[in-house]
Design a protein around this ligand. Structure first.
Ligand code: KG4
Ligand code: ZN
Length: 332
């Protein structure tokens, strides 16, 4: 038996497969993004997303195995995202994973997508020094976690409404910039200035987040601006408000917990604005970021978390169900 596993991720709008070995080296990582499809529809449409996953999953798996120079029979397990995510989308990945595992009589392990993001930093060259404070910011989630050691999590705070990624996407839609919002807003923000002084919700208050008020403030300003919208300044002001909050909360958690490292993961960790500011503003703690390709959704991070779960609890029962809502703790 080889020391490689096949990993599958279909929780939202990326159909992804990867081959990862037990030392967390990535032998292949294929991501088929549905961005074009959803850009046309103005956001992720769950029905369309599941249909697209169903069409793409097997070609994406075949391609990952090919890129790794492997065959399914060489794999020692199949790891798959079981939640949280869109139910129809998760079902496509989990069904495929179970079928593939059954066909070769190899174990399957269900992985929590959020834990996958946490493991995205384990795919690099650098070891994470524990205890760590982790900021996870994606399209669906925003949370601060204390990890006393690998795989051991305590939730410190989370968003009470939207995630920043979601706010980015909605603001981009208001500005007519298409989907997804993160990359394009960040690009435009480089040519603008923070002139609008948007609210920084809950800035001085604990470790929870709230972004819906910020989103509404942007929309009101936009309505007031009429046809002549200074898009770059809007983008810069919005991004500055988001990042101010994220960084202030992360700093507060670091001050409270005194960790050895600060880890920032999830799609928004791909933001050059956030990465630059973290580099400049965090002091006295080692900053660890995923490489750009593993910040947004991918299957390699699911493979890394899958190895961990296999080693600490073994395979999942073959009849495990998808879980559209799944907390980070109790991740199986
Ligand atoms: O982690 P992810 O790929 O999917 C979820 O698990 O949700 O995160 C996707 C989110 C999207 O909302 C997207 O707008 C945001 O990450 N994102 C960014 C950037 N790239 C992606 N946000 C800010 N700046 C970026 N460069
Ligand atoms: Zn994600």
């Amino acid at each position: 038996m080889s020391d490689k596993l096949l990993a599958i991720e279909t929780s939202c709008d990326e159909t992804a497969a990867a081959v990862v070995d037990a030392d967390l080296r990535v032998h292949a990582s294929v991501v088929h993004s549905q961005v074009d499809l959803h850009a046309e529809l103005g956001g992720v449409v769950p029905e369309a997303a599941s249909r697209e996953h169903a069409l793409r999953i097997m070609p994406v798996v075949r391609r990952a195995l090919e890129d790794a120079g492997s065959e399914l029979g060489d794999m020692s397990a199949v790891a798959v995202t079981r939640g949280p995510g869109l139910p129809g989308c998760l079902a496509v990945g989990v069904t495929a994973a179970k079928g593939l595992a059954l066909s070769r009589d190899i174990p399957v392990v269900g992985v929590n997508h959020l834990e996958g993001h946490l493991f995205s930093v384990e795919l690099g060259e650098r070891e994470v020094a524990y205890p760590a404070v982790v900021l996870l910011v994606s399209g669906g989630h925003c949370m601060l976690v204390h990890a006393a050691e690998r795989g051991q999590y305590e939730l410190l705070g989370q968003t009470r409404d939207d995630s920043p990624g979601e706010a980015y996407d909605k603001v981009a839609r208001e500005l007519g910039l298409g989907y997804p919002g993160g990359p394009v807003i960040d690009r435009l923000a480089a040519d603008g200035e923070d002139v609008y002084d948007f609210p920084r919700p809950l800035l001085d208050d604990g470790l929870d987040f709230s972004f819906s008020g910020l989103k509404t403030a942007v929309r009101r300003r936009l309505d007031a601006a009429g046809d002549d919208v200074p898009v770059a300044d809007f983008a810069a002001s919005f991004a500055a408000a988001c990042m101010d909050v994220l960084i202030a909360k992360l700093k507060r958690a670091i001050a409270e917990r005194q960790p050895r490292s600060a880890v920032v993961v999830g799609g928004v960790a791909a933001s050059p604005i956030l990465r630059r500011r973290l580099d400049a503003e965090l002091e006295g703690v080692e900053l660890i970021l995923p490489s750009m390709r593993y910040a947004t959704d991918n299957a390699a991070m699911i493979g890394a978390a899958g190895w961990w779960r296999l080693e600490h609890g073994g395979p999942s029962a073959l009849d495990f169900a998808v879980a559209t809502r799944l907390p980070l703790a109790g991740t199986r």
